[in-house]
Write a protein that binds this ligand. Structure first.
Ligand SMILES: [Fe+2]
Length: 203
């Protein structure tokens, strides 16, 4: 089993994870400038702090694995480009002078950024299960640390809930704010689906 893992691609995954977390710091910093709702602002502030920690966790992981933190890969450049594009999209919305619209753009950008982040950590967890020895231990340790910190999925599902409800509000329809995903402390896809189903009763 262990011999089947493509080490070069594991390294690529870790570089992309580092770039995703670094981009995440920029995305949350800009999203906070767009946030109008105070609960959302508070939530993103917390995610920004944790994402800053995630940058350190991945950096430590790369160091433990004797990998050059600055090494460039085409995939890493793509992740960086997407991160910068998300920031640019929010700045565009901000400069248009419609705060509510900019907040919506920011929520969508956070969901896009966290979708990649969520995938990275899911894959790191899978790799850890399929490797052996020190590398597996280091990956497992980092994965555990992130989970303990606050489940990565949470950022994804909660912000997706915010995005939907803020959109609904902007359409002039009754919205559930904070979103059901947040009230029900959703951490899984099944939980998110249930929370969405329950929203009618929360209106
Ligand atoms: Fe993260």
């Amino acid at each position: 089993m262990a011999s089947k893992v493509n080490n070069k691609q594991v390294t690529e995954l870790l570089y992309q994870a580092l770039e995703t977390e670094k981009g995440g710091v920029e995305v949350y910093t800009t999203a906070l400038k767009c946030a109008v709702n105070n609960d959302l602002k508070e939530e993103w502030q917390e995610y920004l702090e944790q994402t800053t920690t995630h940058v350190e966790v991945v950096s430590d992981l790369l160091r433990t694995m004797d990998l050059d933190l600055e090494a460039e890969t085409p995939g890493r450049q793509v992740v960086r480009h997407i991160g910068k594009s998300l920031v640019k999209a929010m700045e565009m919305a901000l400069s248009a002078g419609e705060p509510e619209a900019a907040q919506l753009v920011a929520a969508e950008c956070v969901v896009l950024a966290e979708t990649k982040d969520h995938l990275n950590w899911e894959l790191i967890g899978e790799v850890a299960k399929n490797l052996k020895g020190d590398e597996a231990k280091a990956l497992e340790e980092a994965h555990k640390q992130i989970e303990q910190e606050e489940d990565e999925h949470l950022y994804h599902y909660h912000t997706a809930g915010w995005t939907r409800e803020l959109w609904i509000q902007s359409l002039g329809m009754p919205a559930v704010l904070p979103p059901p995903e947040e009230v029900k402390e959703v951490e899984t896809a099944i939980g998110a689906a249930r929370a969405k189903q329950a929203r009618a009763q929360m209106l």
